[in-house]
Design a protein around this ligand. Structure first.
Ligand code: CO
Length: 166
């Protein structure tokens, strides 16, 4: 396990579609653990393998109030529904926050670290976080989806709110 340096935009690996994982071995387990350590260090709610310079379809997100960790190996989106605009940021874009429209429901299929295939349904911010990370695995970045970048004042309010929550 190790904290890795987060790759910042612009970087080739961030806009390159990732390769499917063919075997869940020690390397993949270590990758999941590195993603977790790095996400915690950088205070993110999700992170994808290309953000630590690994071009494989592996990502993690924190879900819900309990901040449970969802590990996704080779995730695919089965279904989406609805649309909602909310504020997003990304560890690869320090200081950039903007309004992004995404489905507010998603159903995915993915593999866990034991190699079990699972399906998961999520809504609201959880759906947003999952779709943001799966976008990373397709080489798609959130800056291309921003409808409106937050102003300095809005950013300061957002930071103040985050501080209060700590
Ligand atoms: Co991101």
């Amino acid at each position: 396990m190790a904290i890795k340096t987060v790759v910042e935009h612009p970087a080739q690996i961030l806009s390159t579609p990732c390769t499917e994982v063919t075997e869940i071995n020690e390397e993949i387990i270590a990758l999941l653990d590195d993603l977790y350590d790095t996400m915690v260090e950088y205070d993110g709610v999700g992170i994808a393998a290309p953000q630590i310079n690994v071009g494989l379809r592996v990502a993690i997100v924190e879900l819900g109030e309990e901040r449970d960790i969802l590990e996704m190996i080779n995730p695919t989106v089965i279904e989406t529904d609805g649309a909602e605009v909310d504020i997003e940021g990304c560890l690869s874009f320090p200081g950039l926050y903007g309004e992004v429209e995404r489905p507010d429901y998603v159903k995915i299929e993915a593999c866990d670290r034991e190699g079990r295939v699972y399906e998961l349904e999520a809504g609201g911010f959880d759906a947003r976080a999952i779709l943001h990370e799966i976008d990373h695995l397709d080489g798609v970045l959130f800056n291309d989806k921003i409808q409106r970048i937050l102003t300095e004042e809005e950013l300061e309010a957002l930071y103040a709110e985050a501080e209060e929550e700590e």
